[in-house]
Design a binder for this molecule. Structure first.
Ligand SMILES: [Zn+2]
Ligand SMILES: [Zn+2]
Length: 310
């Protein structure tokens, strides 16, 4: 039985707050794209893994975060340029939309303030604080954190994830994103499927197959005018491959990738194809947590016995 996973990095302004020049179209599309994705996934009854930046679950803040061991200036943009843009810094309304959706989404973490875990500047103390704060907020919302998606897929401090009871994360895609990725896979006809693996910390790495918006700009416009949207073609191929085999196809995006109507059309085309294959075959849709549970299985009787003694 093959399966498909969709994961979203939900971040509003936090995905860009550390950049010297945040891309205005993406920053401004965060709320729009979020709502479009909630509606589309509900329409097609597709549960997804929503990895949400913890700060968005706050109603307000003083912008100092004095207890947080982040480097000097980390919260500068929310205090300065975005001081009057609460819509980019907070999103409890949007988080509620995800939690209340009938699609049955997985609530997951994308850290507290989009810290890059793989950077040498990010020490264990900061990684730990990001997880700790995310956990507190999740608990306030009656949620737990089973899955974690690293900001910018920058994997690091996996031991800290394990310490905080996280069971799975999204690993890097084996294929290259963007224009190169499109040609790598179409020309060489390589598989779109990925293999979840348990790492040395007991975490399940559920790698990405493809980023749905890695082929943009002028190249996209030219390609679309000659053929159909090449990313839709690739996603269809991955879905078909999962349906034909018992493999896993994992696509991901940011809600803020939906900057224009043609982006909505891309997502609708992919979800329509998924719906067709789901009704014609025994293909299923899973969340990252579903995959992790399937891979690790229920705890064995010995493990349960040991756990009850400790
Ligand atoms: Zn804040
Ligand atoms: Zn992100």
């Amino acid at each position: 039985m093959g399966s498909v996973v969709i994961s979203l990095d939900a971040e509003l302004g936090w995905g860009f707050h550390d950049l010297t020049e945040p891309p205005a179209d993406r920053v401004e599309a965060g709320r729009r794209g979020w709502s479009v994705m909630v509606e589309l996934l509900e329409e097609f009854d597709v549960p997804a893994t929503w990895a949400i930046v913890g700060h968005l679950m706050l109603d307000s803040c003083d912008g100092t975060h004095a207890d947080h061991p982040a480097p000097e200036g980390w919260f500068e943009r929310e205090r300065g340029e975005w001081g009057d843009r609460p819509d980019l810094r907070f999103g409890p309304d949007l988080v509620s939309d995800v939690l209340e959706s009938d699609a049955g989404h997985e609530f997951a973490s994308h850290s507290f303030s989009h810290v890059l875990f793989g950077r040498p500047e990010t020490d264990r103390k900061l990684a730990d604080a990001e997880l700790e704060r995310s956990h507190e907020l999740a608990a306030d919302w009656n949620q737990s954190i089973d899955s974690f998606i690293y900001p910018r897929n920058d994997v690091g401090h996996r031991d800290v994830l394990a310490d905080h009871g996280v069971t799975a994360y999204r690993g890097k895609s084996p294929t290259r994103d963007g224009v190169r990725g499109v040609f790598d896979s179409t020309i060489r006809d390589q598989s779109m499927l990925v293999e979840p693996v348990v790492d040395e910390y007991g975490l399940v790495n559920v790698p990405a197959s493809m980023f749905l918006f890695g082929f943009e700009g002028p190249a996209r416009t030219v390609a679309e005018s000659i053929w159909e949207d090449p990313m839709v073609a690739l996603a269809r191929r991955g879905i078909d491959e999962a349906a034909r085999t018992d493999g896993l196809f994992h696509m991901w995006l940011h809600p803020n990738n939906l900057t224009r109507e043609r982006d909505d059309r891309r997502m609708r085309a992919i979800l329509s194809h998924l719906e067709r294959q789901r009704s014609a075959t025994d293909l299923t849709v899973e969340t990252i947590a579903d995959v992790a549970r399937r891979i690790t299985g229920p705890p064995s009787s010995t493990e349960r016995a040991t756990a009850s003694w400790s």
